[in-house]
Design a protein around this ligand. Sequence first.
Ligand code: NAD
Length: 497
Amino acid sequence: MRQIDHFIVGDSPAPTRKHQVWNPSTGEIQAEVALGDAALLEKAMATARKVQPEWAATNPQRRARVMFRFKELVEANKQALAELLSSEHGKVIEDAHGDIQRGLEVIEFACGIPHALKGEYTQGAGPGIDVYSMRQPLGIGAGITPFNFPAMIPMWMFGMAIAAGNAFILKPSERDPSVPVRLAELFVEAGAPEGLLQVVHGDKEMVDAILDHPDIAAISFVGSSDIAQYIYARGTANAKRVQAFGGAKNHGIVMPDADLDQVVNDLAGAAFGSAGERCMALPVVVPVGEDTANKLREKLIPAINALRIGVSNDPDAHYGPVVTPEHKARVEQWITTAEEEGGEIVIDGRGFSLQGHEQGFFIGPTLIDRVTPQMKSYQEEIFGPVLQVVRARDFEDALRLPSEHQYGNGVAIFTRNGHAAREFASRVNVGMVGINVPIPVPVAYHSFGGWKRSGFGDIDQYGMEGLRFWTKTKKVTQRWPDGGGDGSNAFVIPTMG
Ligand code: NAD
């Protein structure tokens, strides 16, 4: 059985605990990953403490060059990385390429670190007084990442943190840990000092060790909301800087004037792509008015029935299996709950079996109509290939749904009416908005972050917000007297002896 080890400097002690890594397409266990503890973390921290000051003192152009070389190496290895990623996660190869690409775009942004790090300067803030600010790294940062984007989310975090001068400890999901390790290997190949980026595997035990370690200055977390809140509470109680991004339930509002063919096309990808295991998926559609709802439903049914489910390396598949057997059971249970709550199961994906791969964790696409805000299955995240339809009476009714939902990650509106779109974008109580864009993940030079239970903490991920998160500003007020006058304030420019 393939063994996946930590990526730290020096040998890791033999693990006392391991976690099984599935191949979701075949339903077989393909590897075991070591689960680390506080002692293992301390070993990684000892190296991080050693290498970080020198890295912080390396000028930003040199740091940027390492990021450039890393970007080139990831590109050169993209297909192999995508295959490895798909085999552990279950998403199809094209989605795996997207996962890597969206992470690489943050690395590209990080290549501009010399420019991004420039501080502010005011000459003559008072008589002979200038004020300037500089951004300095925090020291050692940590990232704790979810299973659903094993390449993108680690790169979002360590790209910005390391370019800014920090050392980084990455604790990836134990469900698909191989790609993060491969990325760390490539980072060393790119010229980064060994120990600058280390990967420690583990579950709650390792996460708690990170939360309590006195030398970790900041933690970036992405995962489910209850755990995000826990990370935020415990991390900040330990006086760390913490950003913790949580779950989501993104709505797509369909106005009566929307181009329904385009909406159906967008929904097929945004609701079912990657088997719905995206925090920016669109699992709730809100048609405005009964007429819009009926027309949309009529067009959605054949489009959903045409979706092809396949193993992760099937080039014709729209989506693959979900990540684990437990997750498959949980998603199917949510469909049952929705049915019991009075939702109309229009297309039922429970019990789906892929011929030749009967042991894989596949779920058929599911469409549930007449869902209401009182239903538990609406209030909670399902994280599977399930699209719920909540019919809204009018624009105000539609606006209220995502605004009052406990999650506030993303939302989209489909319309040809600029005024409605503008009004919606300014009033909706959600962090990221798409206008005729189903998955509005901001590009790398903007920033990513949801509201309400989708994001704990104040600072967003990547872009200039990411830079702010991984640095602290120092403010300097300076005065250089000329040494003249009666000599009491004499100032002598030192000379080299
Ligand atoms: P998860 O919360 O189960 O795991 C995330 C991380 O937390 C993993 O590294 C895991 O090892 C660790 N962890 C798990 N249980 C823990 C515990 N009890 N104590 C401490 N740490 C623990 O999330 P997941 O299932 O891997 O990922 C899916 C979730 O992530 C979904 O809710 C999804 O919406 C969310 N997500 C959010 C965003 C975003 O940007 N808001 C992006 C991607 C995924």
